[in-house]
Design a protein around this ligand. Structure first.
Ligand SMILES: C[S@@+](CC[C@H](N)C(=O)[O-])C[C@H]1O[C@@H](n2cnc3c(N)ncnc32)[C@H](O)[C@@H]1O
Length: 550
C-alpha cells in the first residue's frame, strides 16, 4: 500500500503529488482505485493551486511511460487525461466556482431526489439533467440520473450517465455497479464484469458484487440459448423489452436487433408494392420554428410532459442517438430529434411504431403523412419477402437519389447524427462507384430537363425514360413521378394526348402506390390528363406524336 506520507504530499501540492504518482514503483498489490483516488485528489489540488496547465502537459507525456508494473498506473493516466479534458478552459479564477456547486444545481438535485422517492422517475430525470447543466462538475448528478434511468430501463442512458459520473470522480463505487447493471441488460457482459471488478477494487461490497456476477452469468447463458436469429447483435434493449414491443405491434412485421443500428422492422408477411404496411397515430405533433430548420425545444418538452405515464414510458424506450454526445443534455430532445418525422409542412410528429423503421438510401418503403386522418402511413415501395427489413428514407427524394455516397454520409451525420450503414452505403468500392455514377447522372438529367428546347422534346422524353431506368437499376423504388409528370406536361404542349394519358397514368400509379389512393399527392394528379388538356400551355408547340415509352 502507499504510504500516508505520499498521500499527504498529493493533498498539498497537485504537481509534486502527480510527480510522486508517476515516478513511484507501484507494488503489484496496489488497487486501481488508490491510484485513481490520488489522481483525482491531485487534480483537485492542482485546480486550487492554479497549476492545471503544467499538470496537463506532464500527464500527456507520462501517459505512455507509466511506471506501474500492473498497468493500472497507465489506466489511471488515461482516466486522468479524460478528467483533464473536462477542464480544458478552466482559468485560475474560475476554479472555486467549478468546485462549489451552485444553489440551482443543489436545488434541482433535491427535487430530483424527491421525485425519485415518489417513484416519479421521469420527472427525476429532468431535475437531474437541470442539476447537470447548472453544475457539470459534480459527479453526483449523473450518478443519480443513472439510477433513475435504470429504474426506467433506459439501459444505454444509464450506462452513459454512470460513465459521466466516473469521468468526474473515478472512485464512485456506485457508478461502477450501476454501469455493470446497465451493461448486463444490454448484453455487454465483458464490460459488466469489468465494472464489477472495478467496483470491488474501489471498495464495493463483495456480497453485492458476487450477486451481480451471478446475474451476469445467468443473463449470458440465457442469451447463448436464445435461438432467435439476429438477437446476438442486440445492444440497446433487453430481450424482455423487445418481446414487450413486439406484443404491441399492429401485425405484418416484427422488431429485431440489426447489427449496429439498434432495432429494425422485419416483414412477417409478404408485401407487394403499394401495400399499406402501417398506419400510426402520433403521440404528439409540434410546430417547428424557422420552417422546420430547428425543433421547438420548449414545445417538445411540454408535449412530452403532457403524455400519460404509460406513453412517457414508451417514449423513453425509443432510441436516443445523441445520448453520449452531449448535443442534447435533455434526453427528451435527443429522443425527439432521433425519432420525429417531418409532417404536414414543417411540423414534427413522434410516432412510436414508425420510429422503429431504419433508414436506407435505396428504401423499399416510404412514410407519408395523411393529413385527413392525422396518421403517419408507411407503404411498401417494392415487393418485400418475409424476413426482409422494411426500410424508409429519412431524407427527401432528390437528396437521396441525387446524392453520391459521401454527400449522403455527411448529410445524415449532420442532420440525423448517425453514419449510414445501409446496403447502398456499404457496397464494395467498385459497386459503390457505379452507384455514385448513376446518382450523378440522375442529378444531371434532373437539372437538364427544364433546358430542352421545344425542338428537342423527343430527347427530353428519352432522358426521362433513362432517369426512370436509372432509379430502377439503382434499386431506388420511389419518386419516378418527379420525372413522369414532366413528360405528361411536355407532351400536352405538343397536343400528343395519347402520350399525355400514358405519362399521367404512370404518375398516378406511382403516387397511389407510394402515398395511397386517398392521399393529397394522388388527388393532385388524379385528373392530370384532363387538367393538362385545359392547361394554358397545352397545344402551344407544334403538334407532334411521340412514341417514347418506358
Ligand atoms: C428512428 S431510429 C430507428 C429505429 C432504431 N434503430 C431503434 O432501435 O429504435 C433512428 C436510429 O436508428 C439507427 N439507424 C437507422 N438507420 C440506420 C442506418 N442506415 N445506418 C446506421 N444506423 C441507422 C441510427 O442510430 C438512428 O439514429
Amino acid at each position: 500500500m502507499r504510504s500516508a506520507c505520499a498521500r499527504e504530499r498529493v493533498d498539498v501540492n497537485g504537481e509534486s503529488g502527480l510527480q510522486t504518482l508517476f515516478t513511484t514503483e507501484w507494488p503489484v498489490r496496489v488497487h486501481a482505485h488508490e491510484i485513481i483516488w490520488e489522481v483525482d485528489n491531485a487534480i483537485t489540488a492542482a485546480l486550487h493551486l492554479g497549476k492545471l496547465p503544467p499538470i496537463r502537459d506532464r500527464v500527456g507525456s507520462m501517459q505512455s511511460t507509466s511506471t506501474s508494473p500492473t498497468g493500472r498506473g497507465q489506466l489511471a493516466a488515461y482516466r486522468m487525461v479524460a478528467l483533464l479534458h473536462q477542464y480544458p478552459t478552466i482559468s485560475q479564477s474560475s476554479c472555486s466556482k467549478t468546485f462549489a456547486p451552485t444553489m440551482d444545481a443543489q436545488e434541482a438535485k433535491e427535487k430530483g431526489n424527491a421525485a425519485f422517492q415518489h417513484e416519479n422517475y421521469f420527472e427525476a430525470l429532468e431535475h437531474y439533467a437541470e442539476a447537470m447543466q447548472s453544475d457539470p462538475t459534480n459527479h453526483i448528478y449523473p450518478l443519480n440520473r443513472s439510477m433513475a434511468n435504470l429504474k426506467l430501463k433506459r439501459w444505454s442512458e444509464a450506462e452513459a450517465d454512470a460513465t459521466a459520473a466516473l469521468q468526474l470522480s473515478p472512485v464512485t463505487v456506485k457508478a461502477y455497479f450501476r454501469r455493470s447493471v446497465a451493461r448486463r441488460e444490454q448484453a455487454k457482459f465483458e464490460g459488466a464484469r469489468r465494472d464489477i471488478q472495478d467496483y470491488m477494487d474501489a471498495g464495493g461490497d463483495s456480497k453485492c458484487a458476487d450477486k451481480e456476477l451471478v446475474k451476469i452469468s445467468a443473463a449470458e447463458s440465457a442469451r447463448t440459448n436464445e435461438s432467435t436469429a439476429g438477437l446476438q447483435n442486440m445492444a440497446e434493449l433487453s430481450l424482455a423489452s423487445v418481446a414487450d414491443l413486439n406484443a404491441n405491434l399492429p401485425g405484418g412485421f416484427t422488431l429485431r436487433p440489426v447489427n449496429g443500428k439498434g432495432l429494425g422492422a422485419f416483414a412477417s408477411r409478404p408485401f407487394r408494392r403499394g401495400d399499406l404496411v402501417l398506419t400510426d397515430p402520433p403521440l404528439y405533433i409540434v410546430e417547428n420554428p424557422d420552417n422546420g430548420g430547428r425543433i421547438h425545444q420548449g414545445k417538445v418538452i411540454t408535449a412530452v410532459k403532457r403524455l400519460s405515464a404509460a406513453d412517457k414510458q414508451v417514449f423513453l424506450s425509443l432510441m436516443n442517438v445523441y445520448a453520449d454526445t452531449g448535443r442534447f443534455p435533455n434526453p427528451i430532445l435527443g429522443i425527439h430529434d432521433t425519432n420525429a418525422f417531418q409532417v404536414g409542412g414543417y411540423d414534427s410528429a413522434l410516432c412510436i411504431v414508425a420510429s422503429r423503421f431504419n433508414h436506407s438510401c435505396s428504401p423499399n418503403a416510404r412514410y407519408s403523412w395523411h393529413a385527413a386522418s392525422g396518421r403517419l402511413r408507411i407503404y411498401a415501395l417494392r415487393d418485400i419477402a418475409v424476413g426482409g427489413e422494411l426500410l424508409v428514407s429519412y431524407i427527401s427524394s432528390r437528396r437521396v437519389y441525387g446524392s453520391v455516397f459521401r454527400e449522403r454520409q455527411q448529410r445524415l451525420s449532420m442532420s440525423h447524427g448517425f453514419t449510414c450503414s445501409c446496403a447502398t452505403c456499404t457496397l464494395p468500392k467498385k459497386d459503390r462507384l457505379s452507384s455514385d455514377q448513376r446518382r450523378k447522372e440522375l442529378t444531371r438529367i434532373w437539372e437538364s430537363i427544364p433546358y430542352y428546347n421545344p425542338g428537342q422534346t423527343a430527347d427530353r422524353l428519352r432522358a426521362i425514360v433513362r432517369a426512370v431506368r436509372l432509379l430502377d437499376e439503382e434499386g431506388y423504388a420511389a419518386d419516378a413521378d418527379d420525372f413522369t409528370i414532366d413528360a405528361a406536361g411536355i407532351c400536352a404542349c405538343h397536343s400528343d394526348w395519347a402520350s399525355v394519358e400514358y405519362w399521367a397514368m404512370k404518375t398516378y400509379e406511382t403516387r397511389v402506390a407510394e402515398f395511397g389512393e386517398d392521399s393529397d399527392r394522388a388527388a393532385e394528379v388524379r385528373s392530370l390528363s384532363s387538367d393538362l388538356r385545359r392547361h394554358p400551355d397545352a397545344g402551344t408547340q407544334r403538334k407532334q406524336t411521340f412514341l417514347v415509352r418506358l
